[in-house]
Write a protein that binds this ligand. Structure first.
Ligand code: NI
Ligand code: MN
Length: 228
């Protein structure tokens, strides 16, 4: 199982020859737009945590080009259907579905979800991705929430992908607390540095996690790491 980072909260997990893309936002990301070409991003399936522009800006063109199945909440799938993307699978918080690569459970996130054109975007959510090579939790944009205590009852996580940029989501300290709640010692940090509001001190972030015996990985944009 491999993880490729495309900046902000955009990443792909590849497993068994399948490419699973999350929250595509590249062309409006000043840090990523000259490094990542969205026309080369592979996707068999795309998961969308919520409707905000910094999670869906490149969704329609990538879904159109790849023909990937898009999985999101009911409202975002309906919105995609009106944008010429018929290949969608609506889910909602609490539900699971078995896909070709494994099973995904939608879990709660404490965040909003309005779409860029002011359409109603339903409720933000996170995903537990359960595969034969281990389970990964992507919290999506969220505050620290006691609901995270439920995650270990559903999954023994190998990795968790958490926002650490503050202002819109958890900050570093809350993300450390989240890692403890979900009982995962290998964290990949996302949703930082992209905008002025969410600039962080990366070394201090790694140190904060280290003090709790948790490894914080901050892959470079376009870097691929093995989730071992
Ligand atoms: Ni958001
Ligand atoms: Mn966001």
């Amino acid at each position: 199982m491999q993880f490729t980072y495309y900046g902000h909260s955009t990443f792909a997990i590849s497993i068994g020859g399948m490419n699973i893309l999350f929250d595509p936002f590249v062309t409006y990301n000043e840090l990523a737009k000259n490094i990542v070409d969205i026309n080369t991003i592979k996707a068999d399936i795309i998961f969308v945590s919520h409707g905000h522009e910094d999670h869906v800006a490149d969704l329609v063109p990538i879904a159109k080009r790849t023909g990937a199945l898009v999985v999101s909440n009911w409202e975002i799938c309906g919105w995609l259907n009106t944008k010429g993307i018929p290949n969608t699978h609506p889910m909602n918080i609490g539900g699971s579905w078995k896909f070709d690569f494994g099973t995904v459970k939608c879990v709660s996130a404490v965040h909003s979800s309005g779409l860029p054109d002011a359409s109603y975007g339903g409720t933000a959510m996170g995903f537990i991705v359960k595969t034969a090579e281990g389970d990964v939790y992507y919290s999506g944009d969220t505050a620290l929430t006691l609901d995270m205590q439920l995650i270990p009852t559903w999954s023994k996580l190998k990795y968790a992908i958490l926002p650490i940029g503050d202002n819109f989501t958890m900050d570093i300290n809350d993300a450390v607390a989240a890692a403890k709640m979900v009982q995962c010692s290998k964290i990949i940090g996302v949703h930082y540095d992209t905008f002025g509001y969410i600039k962080i001190d990366k070394e201090a972030a790694v140190q904060s996690f280290k003090e709790s015996d948790i490894t914080l990985l901050l892959p470079a944009i376009n870097e691929t790491i093995e989730l071992s």
